[in-house]
Design a protein around this ligand. Structure first.
Ligand code: ACO
Length: 332
């Protein structure tokens, strides 16, 4: 059996950087509260001409460039996104159009919220291993996490608007005989209790600070403390499961890359397991919670910093709306 391996990554960071101090001007909050309750110092929001789609295409282009792979070698594109520019055609098809991937590579979107990237790894593993997607001429898959959450935020609701950001990252994967991969995905319909979002018309012309034509239609709502309790349980369970399936203990794994929602969630689990801080990469201080983009964005920055050299073994763990949760063991 062959397993997938990430061979390159690319990211796209939107142009508007918003510090906590900037939000103090629009909503009753403070830099001190946001930093101490979440660890977040800034986030990036899309400006004019930017969207989840433009970020996805830029991230995918950067992933290809970083790996010296050309669009003609791609056999599969999966985009994970909670708030796509449009539902039909899929974002993945539109990315193919923008990148000139025009030879029939499979393309589709998934929505598993903040667990979306791990779901896409699992789907790619299955499709590539059984020969349903990719072949010798097109051995690569592009897995993209992209979000424009600012379109869903109510900038008058301090309990949510300080937490989220926009961004995208893409991983280029292929089957590799030396690689080992294991993944687990799960969900429990629990939207009403812990995470509710009304889906309505999104105004594509609305950029931060938001000016929507129909402000009631598309706000994101969350029971923060409820999600916090769910998140710490899901993280601990996934670590235990990945240890069991991979045969590698959390103490021996090189890094544990968690969904970047809140530093306190990660710290809580780290302390309970008695693990060192260096094992948990975090970049939420700069990006906030970027949902489906958060894990690939972290992996991309780790790769840029030279942290994912050959031989590294990592756990990735996501949790989010749905509720969904997921874990993956990856080797480099
Ligand atoms: N600034 C100042 N005060 C605030 C703010 C703010 N931005 N937000 C809330 N408060 C106030 C509340 O009104 C409350 O005041 P009160 O005591 O007078 O009523 C007080 O702070 C405490 O509020 P809590 O909600 O209890 O604060 P908590 O410590 O639980 O932190 C937080 C809130 C950060 C949302 C936390 O619950 C959390 O991180 N939850 C998990 C969220 C998460 O992970 N979401 C992502 C998963 S889903 C996805 O990613 C799509």
């Amino acid at each position: 059996m062959s397993f997938i391996k990430i061979i390159g990554m690319g990211k796209a960071v939107p142009s508007i950087r918003v510090r906590n101090q900037d939000l103090e001007k629009t909503v009753e909050t403070s830099d001190a509260w946001i930093r101490s309750r979440t660890g977040i110092k800034a986030r990036h929001f899309c400006g004019k001409g930017e969207s989840a789609l433009s970020l996805a295409a830029a991230a995918a282009e950067n992933a290809l460039r970083s790996s010296a792979v050309i669009p003609a070698q791609v056999g599969l594109v999966i985009t994970a996104c909670v708030n796509p520019d449009c539902f039909v055609p899929s974002m993945a098809c539109l990315v193919e159009e923008k990148l000139g991937i025009c030879h029939g590579a499979a393309a589709f979107d998934i929505n598993a919220a903040c667990s979306g990237f791990i779901y896409s790894l699992q789907i790619a593993q299955a499709l590539m291993e059984n020969g349903s997607a990719c072949d010798q001429a097109h051995p690569y898959a592009l897995l993209i996490g992209t979000e424009q959450l600012s379109r869903m935020l109510n900038f008058k609701d301090r309990s949510t608007c300080v937490l989220f950001g926009d961004g995208a990252a893409a991983a280029l994967v292929r089957l590799d005989d030396e690689a080992v991969f294991f993944s687990h995905t799960a969900a429990r319909g629990d939207a009403g209790k812990l995470f509710a979002q009304t889906i309505g018309p999104n105004d594509m012309n609305a950029h931060y600070p938001a000016a929507r034509t129909d402000p009631a239609a598309s706000w994101l709502k969350m029971d923060g403390p409820g999600v916090f309790r769910f998140a710490v349980t899901a993280l601990e369970e996934e670590i235990r499961l990945l240890e069991e399936k991979s045969g590698v203990g959390a103490g021996d794994i090189d890094y544990i890359v968690c969904h970047q929602a809140n530093a306190r969630i990660i710290e809580h689990v780290r302390k309970r397991r008695g693990l060192p801080k260096e094992k948990f990469f975090m970049n939420l201080q700069e990006y906030g919670n970027t949902s489906g983009a958060s894990i690939p964005l972290a992996l991309c920055e780790m790769m840029e910093k030279g942290m994912l050299q050959s031989g590294r073994r990592i756990f990735c763990i996501g949790f989010g709306a749905g509720l969904t949760w997921a874990g993956a063991y990856l080797t480099f």
